[in-house]
Design a protein around this ligand. Sequence first.
Ligand code: CU
Length: 196
Amino acid sequence: MQVPKKHLPFVGLLGLIVIVAAGGGIYYYQFVIPHITVTYTPVHRLVIMTAIIFEESGFHVNDTAYLNQSSLPPFDSTNGANLTRVEYQNYPGNSDNRTVEARVGDKITFYIKGLPTKDPMLQDSTGHGFEISGPAPVTVNAGGPEPCSTSPPPCIPFNTWYTVTVTFNASGSYRYFCTLFCSPQHGLMDGNIVVT
Ligand SMILES: [Cu+2]
């Protein structure tokens, strides 16, 4: 003869909690999320950085700013961007001085100065290259080319500035990196761009 199984009252209670949670979840997705209208006006960011071989620190972001005007700052490859009389506002960049943050729709103008290595024994090129890879292609708006220099001559020769302006069309984790074999640890010369 079989004894009818009994369960403890808390099992029923647990079931109730699951039902309420599921129902709440459905309500949340069906009603709560569409009620929130996300309005984000894309911004134009300026990211000013240096590029030296990885052994001597690799890419290093020195300044980050919002460009508050529609035209780009004057630029030449000897002096870089001229921000005199340009409307911009600095903002703190990522504390690792390598990761760049942005939001979908933002433009980023990169200004990158190629620096020669301090130890000539480590130097395998006459400059650096630049490329961005990620979950979606970026739109190149100005400057470049991007990607550049998969073989010599470098697009960022030592002691000169390179610039490119790109738009990020999709969120995700991007990577920027040097495309020229510049030192034994060239493969590590990169940084992240986090687009949310
Ligand atoms: Cu390199």
